[in-house]
Design a protein around this ligand. Structure first.
Ligand code: SF4
Ligand code: SF4
Length: 371
């Protein structure tokens, strides 16, 4: 089989497995070292310490895979975000990013990539193959752009005219010398809708993201207390955020109204134990933030509802949650809601001044000062 025919067969096999926009690039050193080093030096990686490692391999996959001759890059679409109920505050609902509503993509796409690799081996038995899908030291968006899967939007995600940006990226590094593609033209033009839609100012400007302000980072990757000035800006998001993608004119509008019912009830997120968390989110990307992280986020979103109904679950969390991080956020959240039941809240905060954790005591003291 010649290279053209082999490439067509590989693309056909990938499409059967649900991959789209399958394109190829030649492995090389990416011209991003200065940008990346400055980005790291500015501290933008935050708690994502893994970005500090394997820098050489990130910039040039050949340093790890000397045999690689082709990088196949592909897009695996997921459904667009469902509409979110306008009365989420009264119903005490939180919102989960669209990509996390399906089974965890690391598992699901990993299986599909393994099946794809197996099929390639039937076509080219001697081929060496490595695969990635948000699972290692490779600049996925850069390679998607190089291969022409799409262009990098001003929100720094990959998007295309055909598919927008609702999807995952996946890569296969192959020892096969296949014909490669050209990058596609960037089609953002003068649009800045994603920049304007970002509630936290995380998109500092076109193609410049500060993850430390991004709701996706804060609700998933960030391990400790969420910076107080950013908490009100989280709005309804308990896991991830779709706002910059929702604003993009290349994306399909929200579709399936029934899906909205899957929005989690915030008080429940405060009471999950490890078993119930694993039962509910063990197969979903939500597991990444962990039971405590999700409860921390729920406490913040309960404050953001501004509703008196949010007080009771927060009082319960302040008095009884096993994680100091959650009690700390519950104390802060109660401090945002003091207008509704000042005496009950004051008494709970008074009690929290004797909490075994210093950050909880500090948060309770600060919340009392708002009374
Ligand atoms: S995911 Fe949300 S917070 Fe992050 S850049 Fe996009 S709009 Fe901003
Ligand atoms: S919203 Fe506009 S600027 Fe942002 S990625 Fe989409 S087209 Fe580009």
């Amino acid at each position: 089989m010649g290279p053209e025919e082999l490439r067509r067969a590989i693309v056909a096999a990938g499409e059967v497995l649900g991959f789209r926009q399958i394109r190829a690039a030649r492995p090389a050193r990416l011209d991003r070292e200065a940008f990346f080093e400055r980005w790291l030096a500015d501290g933008r990686a935050g708690d994502m310490r893994f970005l500090l490692h394997h820098r050489k391999a990130r910039l040039d996959p050949r340093t790890r895979y000397g045999w690689a001759r082709t990088i196949v890059s592909a897009f695996a679409p997921h459904p667009p975000p469902p509409p979110f109920p306008g009365d989420w505050r009264g119903r005490l609902l939180g919102r989960i990013a669209a990509y996390a509503r399906a089974p965890d993509y690391h598992d699901e796409l990993g299986r599909r990539l393994a099946a794809w690799a197996a099929q390639i081996r039937t076509l080219a038995p001697d081929a060496r193959i490595a695969s990635y899908t948000d699972t290692g030291a490779i600049f996925e968006h850069e390679w998607a752009a190089q291969a022409g899967v799409g262009w990098t939007g001003k929100h720094t995600l990959t998007l295309s005219e055909e598919r927008g940006s609702y999807g995952f990226l996946a890569e296969l590094l192959l020892s096969l010398d296949l014909p490669v593609d050209e990058p596609v033209a960037e089609r953002c033009g003068t649009c800045t809708r994603c920049v304007e839609a970002c509630p936290t100012g995380a998109i500092e400007g076109p193609w410049l993201l500060d993850p430390r302000r991004c709701i996706s980072y804060l609700t998933i990757e960030h391990g400790g207390a969420i910076p107080e000035p950013l908490r009100p800006l989280l709005g309804e998001w308990v896991f991830g955020c779709d706002l910059c993608q929702l604003a993009c004119p290349w994306n399909a509008p929200a579709s399936d109204a029934l899906e909205a019912e899957l929005a989690p009830h915030l008080p429940e997120l405060l009471t999950l134990d490890e078993q119930s968390f694993a039962r509910r989110y063990g197969n979903s990307a939500v597991r990444r933030t962990g039971r405590v992280g999700l409860a921390r986020n729920a406490a913040v979103v309960l404050a953001n509802t501004g509703r008196p109904e949010a007080i009771a679950p927060l009082l319960g969390a302040l008095a009884g949650h096993d994680a100091p991080l959650v009690r700390e956020h519950a104390a802060w959240a109660l401090g945002q809601l003091t207008a509704h039941a000042p005496q009950v809240v004051a008494s709970a905060l008074e009690h929290a001044l004797r909490d075994s954790s210093e950050p909880v005591r500090d948060a309770a003291r600060a919340a009392r000062e708002r009374l």
